[in-house]
Design a protein around this ligand. Structure first.
Ligand code: AMP
Ligand code: MN
Ligand code: MN
Ligand code: MN
Length: 290
């Protein structure tokens, strides 16, 4: 089975519309996909019928911002009930925090004579999700920087002048929203958090105690040391393993939809928990990603 359970559309900070993303998934011959837009399910809701008509198993999902011991952590909710009121109220509260932060970021830019960024962002975002990548895109379009990475390195990441912190909900609370919506909570890209190995283990323990069920083990095209470490943790903590590219835009050629190393043999793939939702045509029971 070829699957990707972590990617973004223009409903959050990706550059492709939900339809363009589904078309790319079909081009890449994926059989299962989860759109994991930050703090919203709008992209999924818009495009689920189109995915179904084209034989792609689209898993309802979202990547939810939260915090653990003051660190911002992303938890993916997979196979969630998008009509769950508690989950949707939580996602909405997060989007409101994002708007508050966007005005703070814009004020910081204005104080350094970068004017009109928010106005430039607004038409595309509407009342949807706003994130730091929108500021990065506006800065690129205005010719201030060359790419998204530069925007974070010069302005937007923690420690840089336009960084504005957010009081995200606690990790355990977000896991609870996902459980309420009968979904599977997955720690997204566990290797990117700037915490020690011991702290990461402690976070995984707290996550598991709250009802979290999976770790994103595979997120790069080739097997690597980080992946081995996360596969070992999944085994040690008896967690399922997920996989996802975190695709945002085609220009980022090092990270494409479905371009992922195979799931390590020792891991229990997370789709075992919801493969009854798949149409079944392209999926052999127990097959590993390839
Ligand atoms: P936000 O949730 O709006 O704070 O933005 C988070 C997104 O910004 C992530 O999904 C990444 O796409 C991007 N991002 C965060 N930190 C960095 C970084 N240090 N370098 C590049 N991109 C980053
Ligand atoms: Mn993003
Ligand atoms: Mn993330
Ligand atoms: Mn992501």
């Amino acid at each position: 089975m070829k699957a990707d359970f972590h990617c973004h559309t223009s409903a959050s900070d990706g550059s492709l519309s939900p339809k363009e993303l589904i078309d790319r998934a079909l081009e890449k011959e994926l059989s299962a996909l989860a759109i994991t837009d930050h703090d919203t399910t709008a992209g999924y809701e818009q495009i689920q019928d189109y995915a179904q008509e084209n034989g792609l198993d689209l898993i309802p999902a979202s990547e939810i911002s939260c915090q653990w011991q003051g660190h911002t952590i992303h938890v993916v909710g997979l196979n969630i009930d998008v009509d769950n009121e508690r989950l949707q109220a939580g996602l909405k509260a997060n989007r409101i925090k994002r708007w508050t932060r966007a005005f703070e970021i814009d004020a910081k830019f204005q104080s350094r004579r970068f004017h009109g960024l928010l106005e430039k962002i607004l038409p595309a975002v509407g009342e949807g999700m706003i994130g730091r990548n929108h500021f990065a895109q506006a800065l690129i379009e205005e010719g201030h920087i060359k790419n998204h990475q530069q925007a974070f390195d010069k302005f937007l990441k923690k420690g840089k002048p336009m960084y504005a912190p957010v009081e995200w909900p606690e990790l355990t609370e977000v896991v609870d929203w996902i459980l309420d919506a009968r979904g599977i909570a997955v720690i997204a890209h566990p290797h990117i958090y700037k915490i020690s190995s011991n702290k990461l283990n402690k976070m995984i323990e707290d996550f598991k105690a709250a009802g979290g069920q999976a770790l994103e083990v595979v997120n790069q095209p080739r097997p690597c040391a980080e992946q081995i470490g996360m596969a070992q943790r999944a085994e040690r903590y008896e967690l399922y393993a997920s996989l996802g590219s975190d695709f945002h835009r085609p220009e980022q050629s090092w990270r494409d939809l479905g371009w992922l190393a195979p799931m390590p043999k020792a891991c229990q793939p997370v789709w075992q928990l919801f493969e009854e939702c798949f149409s079944g045509t392209a999926i052999e029971k127990g097959a590993q990603s390839s």
